[in-house]
Design a protein around this ligand. Structure first.
Ligand code: ADP
Length: 983
């Protein structure tokens, strides 16, 4: 082979090889092209698919999407975008971003800012940018733009817009809400701490900060146990934190009331707390909220309340509260005891159920007072128990005010004063009994009084039995509230008198001298003590409930017994009643003893009065003949001066003695109530002149100066002239006696409101202060050692006082002391009216009466007396006979036919009354004047002498003036023609 050939062959082979290679390459290229075409088709399809996908995604997203290229041409958008910006279609046709921006800016709140921002993004081209856009219609749109890069090349931007108006609103609402919570938490008084799930402090409000002493900042993330330290108030031991439990138990935890919180600075506060877990939507606990509050004050108040409640409950008093309309609101144990109702029974009921029907009007009065805000203190009244029993209570009621100061009700404290009232009643009863008994003077009426006083206060029935000296029993008094039972009690005593052998009842009390008491009388008790059937049934009729029998024990013996029983009243006697009964018996015995002492005293006083009367009477008898004898000496005696002197001495002394004896007699008569006043209307002037007349000799004897001052107008009195002038004369005589010679005596009278005031004053020796009240006592004299020449018996003032009192007046002695003179002030009632003119002066009449001649029989067993009267009467010219006993008097009267018989009463053989009767029966006896002449001058004596037929009654020693007057009346009878001769 050649080179050419070779070359050619080589060329050909190369060409062929090239052709083959080209062909292969072509084929390969064609194949690749096909493949590429296929791949392209595939890619195109895929691209179309993914574009579709893209579009679908773009349309399905909630955001508005806009895509632009770098040149500001819009390359894509979705439907949301159009709707969000309310983009008109034609604007989109231009696909100009700027035009779109214009449209958007129109509905924005701040379009300017928007444009600037977009411009800035284009200029600085940040890969991402974000904005919030506020639209005029209130929507808020979130804008996000991002550069799109394909293979690292910037191909434009995607602008996405999301309408976040809803979210924004929700966020704002949430923010507001949490702000509200924050404000609320900080403003509430409760302390609030929140923790996370690990129990570390998250938040802490202001109250919690002030109570714990931790600020929120300090406390944040600190374990709660350090911030919130609590202990038990009583034990002072740490208390388990409620948060721990709330986290653990996943429920609300409330802690005991006795917890005390210790603040950072050590301050302690009583708190009340609760903790609640905070759970999320799924129920997981992610924290705890702890709420607590300061209850120091509340706890103190609660404790005070508890203490008060305890006091109220333990009080013995009933403590009740009620509303203003009278409804019971609270009720303590004391009220339960007092009224018998339980709380359940009365709370809510009207208070009126406790008030007895006749006290209902009290409620209105009380309510009125309470409504005025006034308190009612210690108001004593009656209330009604549940069992219907009335009780004495003392009420203190105060208005209760609400927090606003208005009255909302009342609290009432009621104290049972039944016991006190009972004691008061008993004391009063015993005091009344003593007072009533003190007035009694005999023992039977004393005991009857006891029986009547005891019923019904102390008993329903009372019997008084007396043991006589022989041991026999006498029922002195029976009383009972039921009159039928009185009969029954008497009947029982009559038919079944207590037997000596009885070992119980009255007999036993009398024997032992000790009280017997049966608080409750049961039927078996009756059956045991009463054997006889009929007796038993009678006793049953009494319906006895309770019984006490007490002895009437004097110092020396048991006088009897008091029996007290209760029946229909249902009262039960207790030991207090026994004591009262014993006391009552004691008082009765004292009264009995007093009565018998008084009786004995009266008896001896009566003996004394009788003795004095007898003494005076007996003294008077010898005085009469002495006086008569002096009269005879006066008329018949020789005119020898010595005898004249002796006669005058005897006369004066006899007068003095007569006065003394008369006073003595009068006093004893007054003491025995045997003096009667012969009262008549008269003028004071008459009394005064009569008294002055009587006392003048004594006053003159001592050389005193007497000043009498009586009002000129008449002062009328209703008085016994003789007695009243005796009073004044006594006072004048005393003034004369107890004043040194040459003194002065005043007698003055003045009217003073329905009375006349008479004063007898002197310049005498006076009366010591301590004697002023006593000189009126009988026989009382200031100085017994006084010269007795003018002294008396010390009965003058006694007589004066008694006579003044009998005239309805009074007398008092005054003196500045010894040597200072005395004054006696006498008060007498004035007469109501004047009915008679003053009686003419009898003395004048006597003076003009001439002597009378009569036949007179004088009868007296005291011969001196009879004879001396006879001599005097004869000296007047009369024919006089004397007799010395009754029988002699009667026979002499028959023999001599006297005109006048002067007859003593106490005569031998025949007394004066009998002699008078017989003399009257004698022929001509009716015409005789019979004059009783006796020492006895009382009304009773006057009455008896009148009955016996006497015409007159004269007391010894005979007053010759009066006797002469009587004789003149006989003269009238004998010589009536001489009457006309009178001037
Ligand atoms: P009597 O004068 O008989 O002693 P009274 O009863 O008249 O009894 O008086 C009692 C006493 O009162 C007198 O003893 C005298 O001490 C005192 N007395 C009475 N009147 C006066 C008087 N006017 N001045 C001083 N003492 C008087």
């Amino acid at each position: 082979m050649t080179t050419d050939e070779n070359e050619e062959k080589l060329l050909r082979s190369v060409t062929l090889q090239n052709a083959r290679s080209i062909l292969a390459t072509r084929q390969q290229a064609e194949q690749q092209l096909v493949q590429a075409k296929e791949a392209l088709e595939l890619r195109t399809n895929e691209l179309a698919h993914s574009l579709e996908m893209m579009r679908a995604i773009l349309e399905s997203t909630a955001e508005g999407i806009l895509a632009t290229d770098d040149g500001g041409t819009v390359t894509g958008f979705n439907q949301n975008y159009i709707e969000m910006w309310r983009m008109p279609r034609e604007t989109l046709d231009s696909l100009e971003h700027n035009q779109l921006l214009e449209v958007c800016a129109r509905i924005l709140k701040d379009p300017e800012q928007f444009h600037l921002r977009v411009k800035d993004i284009h200029a600085s081209s940040p890969s991402e940018s974000y904005d919030l856009l506020e639209l005029l219609d209130g929507r808020v749109i979130e804008r996000l733009s991002r550069i799109q890069r394909i293979d690292g090349r910037n191909v434009g931007r995607v602008w996405s817009f999301r309408d976040i108006s809803e979210r924004k609103r929700a966020e704002e609402a949430l923010q507001k809400q949490s702000e509200r919570w924050r404000v609320t938490l900080s403003s509430i008084a409760d302390a609030v701490i929140t923790t996370d799930a690990g129990g570390r402090v998250d938040t802490l409000n202001e109250s919690a900060a002030s109570m714990t002493g931790w600020t929120e900042h300090e406390a944040h993330a600190i374990p709660l146990n350090s911030v919130f330290r609590i202990i038990d108030e009583q034990t002072r031991q740490p208390v388990e934190n409620p948060v721990t439990r709330a986290l653990h138990e996943q429920r609300i935890v409330r802690l005991s009331n006795d917890t005390v919180l210790i603040a950072k600075d050590g301050t302690e506060r009583a708190i009340d707390q609760s903790a609640a877990p905070i759970k999320d939507d799924r129920g997981n606990v992610n924290g705890v909220v702890l709420i607590f509050r300061d209850v120091t004050e509340a706890r103190r108040a609660a404790q005070a309340h508890l203490r008060l409640s305890a006091i109220v409950e333990s009080s013995d008093d009933a403590i009740i509260s009620k509303s203003l309309d009278g409804i019971i609101v609270s009720w303590n144990k004391g009220a339960e005891r007092l009224y018998g109702y339980t709380v359940q029974e009365v709370v809510g009921k009207p208070l009126s159920i406790l008030i007895p029907p006749d006290h209902q009007d009290e409620l209105t009065a009380i309510m009125d007072q309470l409504k005025r805000g006034e308190r009612i203190e210690h108001f004593e009244t009656k209330r009604l128990r549940k069992d219907g029993r009335l009780i004495d209570v003392s009420l203190t009621i105060s208005p209760v005010k609400g927090t606003d100061g208005r009255i909302i009700g009342a609290s009432k404290i009621a104290r049972d004063i039944t016991g006190r009232k009972q004691a008061e009643h008993t004391a009063r009863f015993l005091a009344d009994t003593s007072a009533a008994l003190a007035e009694l003077t005999d023992y039977e009426s004393t005991l009857q009084k006891v029986a009547s006083l005891a019923v019904p206060f102390f008993a329903d029935g009372c019997a008084v039995d007396i043991q006589d000296a022989d041991g026999s029993l006498r029922r002195l008094a029976v009383t009972h509230t039921d009159p039928a039972k009185v009969q029954l009690l008497r009947e029982l005593d009559r038919r079944y008198p207590p037997r000596l052998s009885e070992r119980h009842g009255i007999m036993e009390v009398l024997r032992s001298g000790k009280p017997e008491w049966a608080p409750i009388i049961t039927d078996s008790l009756l059956r045991d003590s009463i054997q006889e059937q009929e007796h038993l049934s009678l006793v049953r009729e009494l319906g006895l409930k309770s019984y006490i029998c007490v002895p009437l024990k004097s110092r020396t013996r048991v006088l009897g017994a008091l029996t007290f029983v209760t029946a229909q009243s249902g009262r039960i006697y207790d030991t207090t009643h026994v004591r009262v009964a014993v006391d009552l018996a004691h008082r009765a015995v004292i009264a009995i003893e007093n009565a018998s002492l008084l009786a004995a005293l009266k008896e001896s006083d009566r003996h004394k009065d009788e003795f004095l009367a007898m003494l005076a009477h007996e003294l008077r008898n010898p005085l009469a003949p002495i006086r008569n004898a002096v009269q005879i000496l006066h008329v018949k005696g020789p005119p020898v001066p010595e005898l004249q002197w002796a006669r005058e001495v005897i006369d004066r002394q006899v007068q003095q003695m007569t006065r003394l004896v008369d006073d003595l007699l009068d006093v004893s008569r007054i003491s025995r109530g045997r003096i009667d006043l012969r009262k008549e209307q008269m003028e004071l002037a008459t009394v005064v002149s009569s008294a002055v007349e009587a006392s003048r000799p004594l006053i003159e004897k001592w050389g005193h100066d007497l000043v009498v001052s009586v009002p000129p107008e008449p002062i009328h009195l209703e008085a016994d002239l003789a007695r009243l002038s005796q009073v004044l004369s006594n006072l004048l005589n005393n003034a004369a006696k107890y004043t040194n010679p040459g003194g002065r005596i005043w007698l003055t009278a003045e009217r003073q409101s329905g009375q006349v005031l008479i004063r007898v004053r002197d310049t005498g020796i006076g009366i010591p202060k301590e004697m002023l009240g006593r000189i009126f006592e009988m026989f009382k004299q200031v100085d017994r050692s006084l010269d007795r020449a003018q002294g008396g018996l010390g009965i003058g003032l006694t007589l004066v006082q008694r006579l003044v009192e009998m005239h309805g007046g009074s007398i008092k002695a005054h003196s500045a002391g010894p040597g200072k003179g005395s004054e006696f002030v006498l008060r007498l009632p004035l007469a109501l009216e004047v009915v008679r003119p003053p009686t003419p002066n009898p003395v004048v009449q006597e003076n003009i009466t001439p002597p009378v001649i009569c036949r007179i029989l004088v009868v007296d067993d005291n011969q001196d007396s009879a004879d001396s009267i006879a001599i005097l009467l004869r000296s007047m010219g009369n024919e006089v006979y004397t007799a010395y006993d009754g029988l002699q008097a009667v026979s002499l009267a028959a023999e001599f036919q006297p005109d006048i018989v002067l007859l003593d009463i106490g005569l031998p053989t025949l007394n004066g009354y009998e002699a008078a009767r017989q003399i009257r029966q004698q022929p001509g006896g009716q015409d005789r004047m019979l004059i009783a002449l006796t020492g006895w001058g009382q009304d009773e004596d006057h009455r008896r002498s009148k009955e016996a037929g006497f015409d007159h009654h004269l007391t010894k020693p005979v007053d010759f003036t009066v006797l002469r007057q009587l004789l003149s009346t006989i003269r009238m009878r004998k010589h009536p023609e001489r009457r006309s001769a009178k001037p």
